[in-house]
Design a protein around this ligand. Structure first.
Ligand SMILES: [Zn+2]
Ligand SMILES: [Zn+2]
Length: 199
């Protein structure tokens, strides 16, 4: 009889032992996980305080199947993430529902960044743009889920289509405070003012 082995990943829902495959996972993503995932993004750091990010989080539903040395993971990641409006810096809740389809390959088969890829690696890179490494024992879904939250942040999120943004001179939010500042000088003239012409 096979001895009962205690699952070493019982407390980490992101880790799937390869001997359990095929497997399906439903992972609840906490706001703390999201905060860690997007730390350092300027549009995230621009938010004032943590009180507006409490609704962040989501769910990852993934099916894992083995194919030789590789493991396919497919399913979806849905989530919510709060970032700053690119014009007025007020919080914007971004929601997403992304289908996911990636391949986990043995770590030694991953293309190295600093070495020219082999033909086999090039083929791999073309076939699967989303490739993650596994160590032969465990598939770690954490980097995959983390990346979905990072990718979900738009290049220039807006709190609303016609956000008026902040006044570049007095800094007031023009959505709430009518601004009395004079229109700035045409930037082309500003550039000319800085020109030192030979005399
Ligand atoms: Zn705005
Ligand atoms: Zn102003």
């Amino acid at each position: 009889m096979r001895p009962h082995i205690k699952n070493p990943h019982a407390n980490n829902p992101f880790k799937v032992a390869m001997r359990e495959l095929p497997a399906s996972r439903r992972i609840e993503v906490s706001s703390a996980f999201v905060a860690e995932a997007v730390k350092g993004l300027p549009l995230r750091d621009a938010l004032d305080g943590d009180d507006v990010t409490g609704g962040d989080g989501g769910t990852a539903e993934l099916e894992l199947t083995e194919a030789g040395e590789n493991v396919y993971a497919q399913g979806s990641v849905t989530g919510a993430i709060t970032v700053a409006c690119s014009r007025c810096v007020s919080p914007v809740a971004v929601r997403f529902d992304e289908p996911v389809r990636v391949t986990y390959v043995p770590a030694h088969a991953m293309p190295a960044d600093d070495v020219a890829p082999t033909d086999e690696e090039l083929e791999l890179a073309q076939d699967d743009l989303d490739v993650y490494p596994h160590d032969g024992e465990t598939v770690d879904l954490e980097p995959l889920v983390r990346e979905q939250f990072v990718l979900a942040v738009p290049f220039a999120p807006l709190c609303r289509e016609d956000c008026l943004g902040l006044c570049p001179q007095c800094g007031s939010d023009r959505n709430h405070t009518p601004c009395v500042c004079e229109k700035p000088i045409d930037p082309r003239f500003v550039a000319l003012q800085g020109l030192k012409l030979p005399s």
